[in-house]
Design a protein around this ligand. Sequence first.
Ligand SMILES: C[S@@+](CC[C@H](N)C(=O)[O-])C[C@H]1O[C@@H](n2cnc3c(N)ncnc32)[C@H](O)[C@@H]1O
Length: 219
Amino acid sequence: MKIIEKFPNVYELDGWLATKSICVGTRVYGERIVREGKDEYRTWDLHRSKLAAAIKKGLKEFPIAPSSKVLYLGAASGTTASHISDILTKGELYCVEFAQRSMRDLIAVCEARPNMVPIFADARTPSQYSKDIGECDVLYQDVAQPDQSKILLSNANACLKYGGFSMLCIKSQSIDVTKDPKIVYEKVIADLEPCFEVLQKIDLHPYDEDHLFLHLRKK
Ligand SMILES: C[S@@+](CC[C@H](N)C(=O)[O-])C[C@H]1O[C@@H](n2cnc3c(N)ncnc32)[C@H](O)[C@@H]1O
């Protein structure tokens, strides 16, 4: 098998995106496991994770280093978060989620992974958790809400260091189903520009329709 390290701790196994598991012997969402010697790789589903789709579609720079402190808004049951946890071999991952059902699954994932902390909170009120987690290097957001930009800005203000990176998944249908997605994306970008420099925009088609992935740096 041909294994390429695409970014630190992010691999391609014969073209399949994967992370090396820090929690050997466990699956999170039914992903395929590949064993190579004593290592275990978890394949990363491009249709289940917008971060995986963004990497596949040409994300140029990967802002998450193995030692980063990452705040994840909208962690759901931990699909993408578990891969970020694999990448953060010396880092920390704080996962905010407000749906009880998802939180139950997320807690189970966090219990098996020492670098993951679940936070049962509404991402609209970062004051609930910002003091506990302190400044982060990376802010990842996938909340599918009409006020996505406001949520990102308030969290960046409360928890992201200057020069820190953010990744935002914009779901245009959650903001305005009646508008052309391009118009929706332009408005979100205009809202974010006072706080962020846009480093890259990636349309997630065909993995997620009407979704734009933004890679940003805090000014
Ligand atoms: C599209 S799903 C996230 C999928 C996940 N990022 C993944 O790739 O595995 C959006 C999640 O955001 C959560 N969410 C939406 N608004 C939120 C808010 N204001 N605070 C916390 N979580 C929120 C939802 O409950 C849902 O689980």
